[in-house]
Design a protein around this ligand. Sequence first.
Ligand code: E4P
Length: 261
Amino acid sequence: MKIFLDSANLTEIREAVSWGAIDGVTTNPSLVAKERRDFFPLLKEICETVNGPVSMETTSREATGMIEEGRIFAKLHPHIVVKCPLTKEGLKATRALSREKIRVNVTLCFSATQALLAAKAGASFVSPFVGRLDDISADGMGLIRDIKTIYTNYHFSTQILVASVRHPLHVVEAARIGADIATMPFAVLEALVKHPLTESGLERFLKDWEQLPQEGKAAWLSGKSTAKSPSPLPASTAASTSTRAGSGKARASAPTVSQRR
Ligand code: E4P
């Protein structure tokens, strides 16, 4: 499953790109407005930062306006995907833009019937908003399951882009269902990385490591060590190293050559 960042913030986008974590970006008018920057240069910079699709939303209510905006957006950068809302006008614009080979992400999808129509109109992506459905006590991930079944039944090539993701379980569930993409805010992406056992495990490893004579370590790291053999290891490190070398109980209990004699 691909991961997109749902953000127009360049600092967040650059950081996520540096982790090798994201395959694209989605924006919407609210996210862009938060940046208080000129719309076009910002979107261009985002496109140059990310090696993948960048969704940019039209803001007209009529199909003609969306089509006009879409054509202009598409010229900005090859990464651009034009976002149109899931309305009758949005479907008209999707049909027209797709026929011109401009990729469209149909957004604000809240039902399986809407997703079916987006696919029929030729959308490259459909964005069902799971979090906003959960907010009104509807089953957001249930909608993703339905869309997946429908698209599979009829071999639609429209990609399911799970949007309005609020927490890591949405991401796990989207991947289980086989959604194509999940787009999420930076805070959710960060939460995907974190695990308390990773943090406590690392603390322990680093504490043990600090027991090494520091001058020796610094010399080895700088390549200036003149030592012929490594300094003695601290007890805890030595114990774990010998367990690994012996690869478990079976080998440890096997008789040595001298024992066999
Ligand atoms: C998707 O493209 C939308 O920008 C986004 O996921 C909306 O999320 P929200 O419901 O958290 O605003």
